[in-house]
Design a protein around this ligand. Sequence first.
Ligand code: ATP
Ligand code: MG
Length: 634
Amino acid sequence: MDYEAYHRRSIAEPEAHWREQAALVDWQRPFEQVLDHSNPPFAKWFVGGTTNLCHNAVDRHLATRGGQNALVWVSTEVDREVTYSYRDLHAEVQRMAAILLALGVQPGDRVLIYMPMIPQAVFAMLACARIGAIHSVVFGGFASQSLANRIDDARPKLVVSADAGSRGGKVVAYKPLLDAAIDFAQHKPERVLLVDRGLSAMERVPGRDVDYAPLREQHLDAEVPVTWLESTTPSYTIYTSGTTGRPKGVQRDTGGYCVALAASMRSIFRCEPGETYFCTSDIGWVVGHCYIVYGPLIHGMTTILYEGLPIRPDAAIWWRLVEKYKVTAMFSSPTAVRVLKKHDPALLKQHDLSSLRGLYLAGEPLDEPTAQWIADGIGRPIIDNYWQTESGWPILTLANGIDGVAPKTPKFGSPGLPMPGFDVRLIDDASGEELTEPNRKGVLVVAGPTPPGFMQTVWGDDARYVNTYWKTVPGKSVYSTFDWGIRDADGYYFILGRTDDVINVAGHRLGTREIEEAVSGHAAVAEVAVVGVADELKGQVAMAFVVLKDSSLAADAAGALKLEGEIMKRVDETLGAVARPARVRFVTLLPKTRSGKLLRRAIQAVCEGRDPGDLTTIEDPSALQQVRDLVATR
Ligand code: ATP
Ligand code: MG
């Protein structure tokens, strides 16, 4: 069968398709209905069935692979490597679950997890799933105000945290940030469970704060049975990256998510149980939830939890791990690859990477020079995949692991084709009409019913879910991704950037991504952000902010001017003079979210002399200061 036919059937007969996939997971009680779409846009999957994420990720593997490594923790921050077999993981999760129960956590209660990349964070997630508590993992790099906002939104009964994380060898104390966040927040969690790593002294609030280690000792032999949950019971909430504004609390179900992930492990990632998966994301992001924790474990794989930078002790560390653990699938981001790109490419060649069948990249547009660089460097296939916190698993990529379905060839610059169950369409934003002919640019939308794994709603706010996502195209009820896309004659999609990142130069609508790609084609460029800035004459002009591989090239005015001219010429040649940035400015750092996404809206606001708005998710405020300084000097 060709993939297109397989995909068409998944859309035409969603119930048949997903009934088959549901056999990949264990059900305690079989479902009565595959899909309930009686109240669109809300889609309920596997209604009436009961299952449990923790059972599927841990318990069900005990009989066949109890001694196999489930979790390998590698920390280059504290120089430790610890492995947990499925049996060990089962014991640790039960201990953690017993502690949560002892601290009063009940099914449906929220547990906020504010943790560095340590095994106890994974135990806590799985323990919540085991007892039916809803976890809300907040990225450990967030400071107090961001954390306070999320505490108020999730209203957790309990917070699990630690004394400190570590980044680049420097201790980052978490506890004072957590205390300040709880002070800021309106909602006060009843209890705080603390993992003391001995990295940073911490104060305990009497009656509220408790230490994990002594409690674990008390519960060494804990046996906590799985709580069977109806498929549509919420399993967790997670916040979007906040690239475009106030983060949204995405709510996920139990059964649909479990099935979607189980299916993706083979169809997309081409993995077999017993193999090793290495996802370099953070557990605080959706990619980490899916492909550090749940996906690989549901599939009976070994998963690597890595605490550290990609360039420490040197930029070969990830490849050393691939060789050592015979990783078969690796998941990372274009941002991370761009970090490696500033280092010697010879470091990519020091290790035997023959086990690796693919490096999967997501989170941001994968520009061709970056893709080519890493493909040449590691000599393994690079697979782009496009998705969102909301979608729960990839919307567009290549599903080359489906039995009996002919594989598709990747195309540079394209994440690929819609995944089974995703009814992806392009909408002309002016007319609201669907674009059916190839090579037309439109807003990428998903028509309902949304597939298993997709968000159920915005936590606590059904109206926000409907109004934010489903009411953007007049007269049509479709989910908007807020991204621009184009589909070629072979059905491959290309992502052209976010709908709020379009530049309108004298009536020409240009995606920031197109211009960025042209700029990054210049050999000296490591990274670039292009934004549209209001202009009296042309409506808007493009402004480019560039990080050079070697910043000394633009250290003096003459060097900068020469490079600016070269880069403009490059854009003229690839896209035409209309796309040429009005200015190309050089910075050493671009403003990004903590998840590594460019904060174009903030750069744009600064360029236009406006207030950049909510900056709680910014990685390093000094990056925006550089932009401010440049704009001030003209
Ligand atoms: P917020 O919704 O809070 O503004 P965010 O959209 O950055 O933040 P995420 O859900 O983490 O939060 O990111 C999803 C977005 O990332 C997509 O909508 C798209 O813009 C971008 N993206 C993800 N993967 C790709 C990819 N492979 N190619 C191009 N863009 C991608
Ligand atoms: Mg988004």
